[in-house]
Write a protein that binds this ligand. Structure first.
Ligand SMILES: N[C@@H](CCC(=O)N[C@@H](CS)C(=O)NCC(=O)O)C(=O)O
Length: 232
């Protein structure tokens, strides 16, 4: 049975907020969605989000319970909170186990390390496509390529190779059981795949297929609306 309504997700289209929807669906929690649309030109979130949290980024989760109202930002922190508060032991390994160490690692790695080179690549791609005077374009392209060669491409490769090796050992990132760390890692991995970066890494490809087959993943997609991974 769903719990009493107390959770409100401030959801931006095409965003990391999709993962919060997914964890809420996995746990069969009742929640409300407030929708926000990116500016079609700048892709930025509307300023109304800053009224909910000063950073103005999505996801933001509000939880009103026991006479208090908490406003949470940062997807990894939100997932951890939801699982700890409402999971009743689901979606996380037993505290103190080796799996719990892995769980924590992947929860942090997704945003703390893996998204950075992907975002550098995205931004550099935008620099190359920007409407610039024709004589500046080759310079912009050169800068973009140099930054990518030095800062993002080798890093993305190293990270994906690492994920691939880990997924050859166990079906899920924290071990034998699916956890919220898999939800958190789905975004950088799907973003990498959408950019053709996963290549022939079979363990990652199979893993992503498994993630997408989960009914809660699909319900979250229906609830969240359009989901295009070519956004930051
Ligand atoms: N590390 C943060 C990133 C939050 C973030 O950058 N969200 C993006 C959407 S994926 C956003 O709100 N972008 C719109 C903007 O910056 O105006 C998290 O995982 O929650």
């Amino acid at each position: 049975m769903k719990m009493a309504a107390m959770l409100t997700l401030h959801h931006l289209n095409n965003s990391r907020s999709q993962r919060v929807l997914w964890v809420l669906e996995e746990l069969d929690l009742k929640y409300e969605i407030r929708r926000y649309e990116r500016d079609p030109k700048t892709l930025r979130a509307p300023s109304s989000l800053t009224h909910i949290h000063p950073l103005g980024k999505s996801p933001i989760l509000e939880d009103a319970r026991d006479g208090r109202r908490d406003v949470l930002a940062e997807s990894g922190a939100i997932l951890e909170y939801v699982v700890e508060t409402y999971g009743q032991g689901r979606l996380r390994p037993q505290a103190g186990s080796p799996e719990a160490l892995k769980y924590r690692f992947w929860l942090h790695f997704a945003e703390g390390s893996m998204m950075s080179p992907i975002l550098i690549r995205l931004i550099m791609g935008q620099v190359e496509k920007a409407p610039l005077p024709f004589f500046v374009k080759p310079i912009a392209k050169k800068i973009s390529q140099t930054v990518q060669e030095k800062a993002s491409t080798p890093e993305i490769k190293r990270q994906l190779d690492f994920v691939e090796t880990e997924l050859q050992k166990t079906p899920w990132l924290a071990g034998e059981a699916f956890t919220a760390a898999d939800i958190q890692m789905s975004f950088p991995l799907e973003a990498a795949q959408a950019r053709g970066l996963v290549g022939e890494r079979r363990a990652i490809k199979g893993y992503l297929d498994q993630l997408r087959m989960r009914p809660a993943y699909q319900r979250a997609l229906q609830a969240g609306g359009p989901y295009d991974l070519n956004y930051g």
